[in-house]
Design a protein around this ligand. Structure first.
Ligand code: PMP
Length: 408
């Protein structure tokens, strides 16, 4: 006999993220008395500590507390700090040509909260949610909590295959929403072409679904030209998600969304119930940082250089050392390479395990699909290691390949 209540039915859809476990494992010092080789991480997609503008953040905190300590330490508006909303609105209207975002913005506790709020206000159990595939694990998990039927829409070199989706819509698929990361996606590294952006917006208008445009990496482009967001021509059909996690620091937990007018209030009301408001201190701190646009532009340029050098080091090392065994298309930005195993008979999960024994972490492709659609892919993140570390990690991956081929 147990004397406890049953969990709610929706918890059936809530699964712990193996990725988070991996991140936690990578953060632990090696166990036991015998120090093993330091784990080299191509696993978690986190900004490295050297990307954090720690001094600027400390000075901004000082100013935020000296200037408006009352506001920085008080509860604040659910929609967000008014000055931060102004700065974000001006940026979106200028950089992304988003039509008048005023009144459509909501500051969120990271983009992750935006994903949860969208699920909360739109999805009843059994509703259809289309997600690009492979998909950001956090989006799969946020949506799964609301028990939708998740339909995976495959990605090719040009991002989500909109014609394949169009075919499924013609055949009767009626999603409430369609989730994707149009720029340098996590995990695929792929960017949706301009033509497909327009096409997706057309499909959303025609079939009446919401596009969830998750764009945490858009400002980390290190090759090619910026593309207009899907939301640029379809503001009433798209909720656009931005985040300061990869641009300043994830520890601040500040993101934002620009919603269609019909959706904005429902999201704000849902957020009230969730956390009243996102951390006021973090928001004041960002206001202080963004008030110096030259500083921010220089900081972003530094990040783009950092990630470009690392992406080139990783893909270059794979081309040198693992040619014919692993293919790693170079992304135009972001933090991820979607690698495909070329050696016949080698499975990505087995390779990830062998790599762990060689003290290098990678994430097997099936993590990014509910249908286990990627047994021959790995997500490699180049964010955490410098060029020499990336070369060493690729050498260890080569050893892991050898271990597998030797053991048949
Ligand atoms: N979307 C994508 C595609 C991500 O990769 C991440 C974080 N890795 C998030 C959303 C969530 O970021 P945050 O909540 O820190 O803004």
């Amino acid at each position: 006999m147990t004397s406890r209540p049953e969990f709610a039915a929706r918890t059936a859809g809530m699964r712990p993220s193996k990725l988070r476990e991996l991140v936690a494992a990578a953060a632990r010092p090696s166990a036991g008395d015998v120090p093993g080789p330091t784990l080299l991480s191509l696993g978690g997609g986190l900004p490295p500590a050297e990307a954090f503008p720690a001094r600027a953040v400390a000075e901004a905190a000082e100013r935020a507390l000296a200037g408006a300590a009352g506001a920085a330490l008080q509860y604040s508006a659910t929609e967000g700090d008014p000055e931060l909303l102004d700065l974000v609105g001006a940026d979106l209207a200028g950089r992304l040509r988003l039509p008048d975002p005023t009144g459509r913005l909501l500051v969120t506790t990271g983009s992750q909260q935006a994903l949860d709020l969208i699920g909360k206000v739109l999805l009843d159990p059994g509703d259809v949610a289309v997600v690009e595939s492979p998909a950001y694990v956090g989006a799969l998990r946020a949506l799964a909590g609301y028990q939708p039927r998740i339909v995976e829409a495959p990605v090719d070199d040009d991002g989500m295959d909109t014609e394949l989706l169009a075919g499924r819509l013609r055949a009767g698929l009626r999603p409430k929403l369609c989730y994707l990361v149009p720029n340098f996606s996590n995990p695929s590294g792929r960017t949706l072409t301009a033509r497909r952006r327009t096409r997706l917006a057309q499909l959303a208008a025609r079939y009446g679904f919401l596009i969830v445009e998750d764009d945490p990496y858009g400002q980390l482009r290190f090759a090619g030209a910026d593309l207009p967001p899907v939301a640029a021509d379809a503001a009433e059909q798209v909720v656009y998600l931005g985040s300061f996690s990869k641009l300043v620091a994830p520890g601040l937990r500040v993101g934002y969304l620009a919603a269609p007018r019909w959706l904005h209030r429902a999201l704000a009301v849902a957020k009230q119930a969730t956390d009243l408001n996102s951390a006021a201190l973090s928001q004041r701190l960002l206001v202080e940082l963004l008030a110096d646009p030259d500083w921010f532009a220089g900081h972003l340029a530094g990040l783009r250089d950092l990630y470009r050098v690392r992406a080139e080091a990783l893909t270059g090392a794979v081309a040198d050392r693992l040619a014919g065994r692993l293919a790693t298309p170079m992304p135009d930005g972001g933090m991820f390479v979607w690698a495909s195993v070329q050696t016949p008979g080698i499975d990505a999960l087995a390779l990830a395990r062998a790599a762990m024994r060689r003290a290098v972490s990678v994430v097997p492709g099936n993590e990014f699909s509910l249908a286990d659609g990627y047994p021959r892919h790995l997500r490699l993140s180049f964010s955490m290691l410098g060029p020499a570390g990336l070369v060493a990690a690729v050498d260890r991956l080569g050893d892991a390949f050898d271990d597998l081929t030797a053991s048949g």
